[in-house]
Design a protein around this ligand. Structure first.
Ligand code: ATR
Length: 340
């Protein structure tokens, strides 16, 4: 199939309608995967038309960008490259930073590791609530003016933070968790993006693999898999959430697709300003995910699907610590900024 393209934002940035989340290739989801296999997977994805690649300097830290740097050799002009800054891990301690010196140093580091002249889409990964968003975006704007970054984005930002940021420099995309079981963003964040003409990059569109494999996924996780700490994947919550997978699976059978494809198709159907980034480390799974682009859902089917997921409720927060999400992403007023 020919993978359609979508425009993110109002500045002319065009990406494949489905991207590839690269995080799990290096970190968080069990041990790092074999580098040569991941490079082959990235090349395969690009050859099939999935050209929008997502990474971050936090993944590893740094190893995922280094992997991408190797994978991009010879194919740089075929891909739309997104990376992120904002979560520092200096001395093994996690900190959120958006001060200008950090923004600049992070960008320089990413350019070096990715071995590119320019980052297509540069996201602030998490919002630094100590720094007015205008200050962070002001520095990102300079990076655009210097040609180091083409477009800028925010990840896990609230509607008011997005609005303030967009007033300083056009925001091209907002990356946010959006899937059949993470729909709180529909209340304010998605409408704000649409009002301002900002594209949306849904991460974890497969519910971190739950919609593909259900509770089996959780049973098979390696000890160091980050998902083991996620409330939705533990104890009683998992027991209750199992029904979601069962219901989606039954619906998928009636559509002649897999549950993962159905969940992904639901996100793909949200609009032509949306480019989800399912993550995978396997060609077989990649094939299944790209197949979701061929699954067509009517608006009645969309509603039916939403109803069967919400009927029993979704049990457990997205993260063990919700302080690192858009819910806690308000920044101080610009007038209060004294620098650091
Ligand atoms: P994230 O954005 O956090 O990467 P996601 O895209 O919702 O989350 O889901 C990624 C997870 O789904 C990964 O664990 C991935 O495992 P593999 O690397 O083994 O593929 C899993 N996943 C992705 N596509 C899948 C598929 N088609 N079948 C089974 N698991 C899949």
């Amino acid at each position: 199939m020919v993978v359609p393209k979508v425009k993110l934002g109002s500045q002319g940035f065009e990406v494949s309608a489905q991207g590839l989340g690269c995080m799990g290739m290096s970190t968080f989801y069990g041990p790092p995967k074999a580098e040569d296999e991941m490079i082959s997977l990235i090349h395969y994805a690009v050859s099939k038309g999935i050209t929008f690649l997502d990474t971050s300097d936090f993944y590893g830290p740094h190893t995922n960008e280094l992997l991408l740097g190797k994978a991009l050799k010879g194919i740089r002009d075929k891909v739309q490259l997104a990376t992120k800054f904002g979560i520092s891990f200096a001395g093994g301690v996690r900190d959120i930073r958006g001060d200008p010196a950090y923004v600049r140093a992070s960008c320089e580091g990413s350019l070096k590791r990715l071995d590119v002249d320019c980052i297509d889409l540069y996201f602030q990964h998490r919002i630094d609530t100590k720094v007015p968003i205008e200050v962070t975006i002001g520095e990102m704007k300079k990076l655009v003016e210097e040609g180091k970054v083409k477009y800028i984005g925010l990840s896990e930002a609230s509607a008011s933070t997005i609005r303030r940021a967009h007033a300083v420099h056009p925001i091209t995309a907002v990356e946010i968790e959006w899937s059949l079981w993470s729909r709180d963003v529909e209340e304010e964040i998605i409408p704000t993006c649409r009002e301002l003409g900002i594209g949306i990059v849904p991460y974890s569109p497969l519910g971190r693999g739950f919609f593909s494999s259900g509770a089996k996924l959780v049973e098979s996780l390696a000890n160091n898999d980050y998902r083991k700490s996620f409330p939705r994947f533990t104890g009683e919550n998992l027991e209750k959430n199992k029904i979601i997978f069962e219901n989606i699976s039954a619906f998928a059978s009636s559509k002649g697709c897999t549950p993962g494809q159905l969940a992904l198709a639901w996100v793909q159907h949200q609009g032509n300003d949306v480019a989800p980034i399912p993550g995978t480390t396997k060609i077989k799974n990649f094939e299944e995910n790209i197949g979701a682009l061929s699954v067509k859902l009517t608006s009645e089917e969309m509603k039916e699907l939403e109803a069967i997921v919400s009927s029993g409720g979704v049990h457990g927060d997205r993260y063990a610590d919700m302080d690192f999400t858009w819910m806690k992403s308000e920044t101080p007023p610009l007038s209060s900024w004294k620098g650091i």
